[in-house]
Design a protein around this ligand. Structure first.
Ligand SMILES: [Zn+2]
Ligand SMILES: [Zn+2]
Length: 446
C-alpha cells in the first residue's frame, strides 16, 4: 500500500483513569498552561481539574500510578503505566478527577494492535487490521464531534415490539468527555507499557493514515469478529435495521463469496450449520490461530462448528436468572423465528410451561442460552429424552462461528494472509466496494 497522507497531526483523546487523586511522574519535559516546566512526581486532586500538560520533546512521556486495568474482569488489577503525548485533568461526577491522554492515532494503533496480535502474524493480516482499527478509531472521533450521528441504541426496542417480544441490542456507546476509553470496553490501551511489536509498527507505517470508505465517501463501519462460521452476517441482524452499510454484505467466506446459500430459511440453515462447508475460517492451523487468539482463547479450537448440550432443567433456571421478565417457566422448545444471512438467529421463540416469548437480537440470545456467552446465535436445536408430559430432558445446540459475523472474519483473514492474499485483497473480500482513503480527507469533509 502506498502512503497517501500523513495523519501524524490526527490525535485521539483517550480517557485513562478516574479517581479522587491521580499521581503522575513526568519525564523528558512537560509544560503546563502557563508555560511553566513540570517535572518529577506530582499528585493531583479535584482542585486541579482543567489543568493541561504538554510534552515538549518527542521523548517526553508520563508514568501514571495505580491505573486500574481489566475493570470488572477477574484479572482486574492496579499497575503503573507510561504514556506518550499530552495530558489533561477534567472533573467527573462523584468528586473524581479524569485523566485524558491526547495521543497521535498512529501511536495509539501501534499500542493496541501490538497487544491484540501475535508477533508472527502475516504482514497482510496486520495491515488489514491496521486499516479497520484506524477506521474504527476515526469513527469514534467523528461520533464525539457530531453527537447527533452517534449510533448508540442500547436496550432500545427496534420498533413498537409486541408485549411478548424482548428485543435488545448493544452497540458501541459513546463517551461524553473523550473519544475512547483505555480498557476492554473500547480497546485495551497501555501506551508505551505495551512493547511495540516491530511487525505491527511496520504494518501501521505501511497503511499510514488509510481508512475504508464506501462509494459515497462515507467512512465504513469496519466491524470484525472472531469467526464468521463460513458466511458473513448483515448489520441489521445484530444492530439497528435503520442503517444501511453498502460495504457490509452477505458473502461466503471463501474464494467464491457469491456462492452463498440462502441461510435465512430453516432447512438450508440446518444443512449448513450441521455440515462443515469449506471456508477460509473452516480449518485453521494451530499456528494461524496463535496469530489472532490470546493464550486463554487458544484452548478452544472447535468454534467453526460446535455443540452445547443443556440439561433442560438447568436451561430453564438459566433463562429465569438471565432474563427474569421472560417468565416462561419450564422450557419446552426453542424455535428460530428469523435468521440472518449467516444463519444467525435474530429472533428466537422460547416456549415453556407458563407461556412463550420471542427474544432478540443475537447478543441477547447468546447471553440467555449460556452462563456467559454462547459462541454465536447460528445454531440448530435438537431434543432428547422426553418425559410423559412431552418436555425434553436435554436440549442440544449445534452451532457455527464465534461472534456476530459482521465484516471481517479474523480467523478467515489470518488464513488468507497465510495463503498469500495481500491486505488489499483481504479488505476487498470482507468489505466489497470499499476504497482506501486518507483519514485526513474524511475528517476535513465532515
Ligand atoms: Zn470505552
Ligand atoms: Zn469466516
Amino acid at each position: 500500500m502506498t502512503d497517501i497522507s500523513t495523519s501524524s497531526d490526527l490525535t485521539l483523546r483517550v480517557g485513562l483513569l478516574c479517581a479522587p487523586a491521580i499521581t503522575i511522574e513526568f519525564h523528558g519535559g512537560y509544560t503546563d498552561d502557563y508555560g511553566r516546566s513540570i517535572d518529577g512526581t506530582v499528585t493531583f486532586d479535584r482542585r486541579d481539574a482543567g489543568r493541561r500538560f504538554r510534552c515538549t520533546t518527542a521523548e517526553s512521556y508520563a508514568t501514571v500510578r495505580d491505573v486500574v486495568i481489566g475493570i470488572g474482569f477477574h484479572w482486574e488489577q492496579r499497575i503503573d503505566l507510561s504514556y506518550p503525548g499530552d495530558f489533561e485533568l477534567i472533573a467527573e461526577g462523584d468528586g473524581n478527577l479524569r485523566l485524558i491522554n491526547t495521543v497521535s492515532i498512529e501511536e495509539y494503533l501501534c499500542s493496541v494492535i501490538s497487544s491484540e496480535m501475535s508477533a508472527d502474524a502475516s504482514p497482510a493480516l496486520l495491515e488489514a487490521h491496521a486499516v479497520i482499527s484506524r477506521s474504527w478509531v476515526i469513527a469514534q472521533i467523528l461520533a464525539h464531534k457530531h453527537p447527533g450521528s452517534c449510533r448508540c441504541n442500547p436496550n432500545r426496542p427496534e420498533s413498537a415490539a409486541e408485549k411478548s417480544e424482548i428485543i435488545r441490542w448493544w452497540d458501541r456507546q459513546d463517551h461524553d468527555t473523550f473519544d475512547v476509553c483505555a480498557d476492554d470496553h473500547c480497546q485495551r490501551y497501555q501506551g508505551l507499557s505495551q512493547a511495540h511489536n516491530p511487525r505491527v509498527v511496520e504494518a501501521i507505517a505501511a497503511t499510514r493514515g488509510l481508512v475504508l470508505t464506501d462509494s459515497k465517501g462515507t467512512l465504513v463501519d469496519a466491524r470484525f469478529s472472531k469467526c464468521c462460521g463460513g458466511a458473513t452476517e448483515l448489520f441489521g441482524t445484530c444492530w439497528s435495521e435503520q442503517e444501511h452499510h453498502e460495504c457490509l454484505q452477505a458473502l461466503a467466506d471463501s474464494p467464491h463469496p457469491e456462492r452463498l446459500p440462502d441461510l435465512r430459511g430453516e432447512a438450508e440453515a440446518a444443512r449448513w450449520i450441521e455440515s462443515r462447508p469449506d471456508a477460509f475460517c473452516s480449518n485453521p492451523s494451530a499456528a494461524t490461530l496463535r496469530q489472532v487468539l490470546k493464550g486463554y482463547d487458544q484452548q478452544t479450537t472447535d468454534f467453526y462448528r460446535w455443540t452445547v448440550t443443556w440439561d433442560a432443567e438447568k436451561l430453564s433456571e438459566n433463562i429465569r436468572l438471565r432474563l427474569p421478565e421472560a417468565r416462561i417457566g419450564r422450557i419446552r422448545s426453542l424455535t428460530a423465528v428469523k435468521r440472518g444471512t449467516s444463519g444467525r438467529i435474530e429472533r428466537l421463540r422460547l416456549t415453556g410451561s407458563d407461556g412463550e416469548v420471542v427474544i432478540g437480537k443475537e447478543l441477547l440470545i447468546r447471553k440467555v442460552l449460556s452462563e456467559s456467552h454462547l459462541y454465536s446465535s447460528a445454531f440448530t436445536v435438537r431434543y432428547d429424552g422426553f418425559d410423559a408430559d412431552g418436555y425434553p430432558s436435554r436440549i442440544i445446540l449445534h452451532g457455527a462461528g464465534w461472534g456476530h459475523g459482521v465484516g471481517l472474519c479474523q480467523i478467515g483473514a489470518a488464513v488468507m494472509g497465510e495463503q498469500g492474499y495481500s491486505s488489499a485483497q483481504i479488505l476487498a473480500h470482507y468489505f466489497p466496494g470499499a476504497k482506501l482513503t486518507s483519514a485526513t480527507e474524511i475528517i476535513k469533509s465532515v
